[in-house]
Design a protein. Structure first.
Length: 195
């Protein structure tokens, strides 16, 4: 009887292990960031979700791994970005090392203001007027923000076990000003050609 109980216990343990092994979620594998910046990730099956508390202007690079069930539907993306730099943030950029943003949802700012979305499917730039001094909710992190919509990432081209990273960067005010000046020059040249 002891042998039979031992066999049943072993079979139950194996069954539980197999059941647990069948539901794999996106795995957060770590991050690099500037001193004092803290990242917490809450990813799950088909979900990339994280909080970043920025203490400086050094970009944060978050590393993830795709698992089997993440390939069944587009991946939901949302985040909370907190600004502890002591300066206003004029812009924020999300860049994927692979994959793409198929839908850019909402950005909710703590005290309102305008957010302009630019960039492309692999690198989205958010520009803020006035500058953001506190928190941003990207997507519908808490599921309770009226009108908030999550972002989506396409999973085409991903394979089980593939790794990708998301770089979240705050362009420093000087860099951002140069970028805007460059865009203005391109617009001026385009108008002169049409005129």
């Amino acid at each position: 009887m002891n042998t039979r109980l031992h066999t049943l216990a072993a079979a139950a343990t194996l069954a539980l292990g197999l059941a647990a092994g069948s539901a794999h979620a996106i795995s957060f594998e770590g991050y690099t960031a500037g001193a004092g910046t803290v990242v917490d990730a809450y990813s799950d099956i088909g979900l990339v979700s994280f909080d970043i508390d920025f203490a400086n202007f050094t970009p944060a690079v978050l590393d993830f791994r795709i698992d089997d069930e993440d390939l069944l539907a587009p991946i939901t993306f949302n985040a909370v970005i907190r600004n502890y730099t002591g300066s206003g943030i004029d812009a924020l950029r999300f860049t994927l090392s692979s994959g793409s943003f198929s839908t850019v949802g909402t950005v909710t700012r703590s005290f309102g203001g305008d957010t302009v979305v630019g960039g492309d499917a692999q690198s989205v730039l958010l520009s803020f007027t006035p500058a953001e001094f506190l928190d941003l909710e990207v997507g519908n992190v808490f599921g309770s923000t009226p009108g908030a919509l999550d972002w989506k990432m396409g999973n085409e081209g991903f394979a089980v076990g593939e790794r990708f990273s998301i770089t979240v960067a705050i362009p420093e005010p000087g860099t951002y000003a140069l970028m805007l000046a460059g865009l203005g020059l391109v617009g001026l040249l385009a108008r002169r050609r049409r005129g």
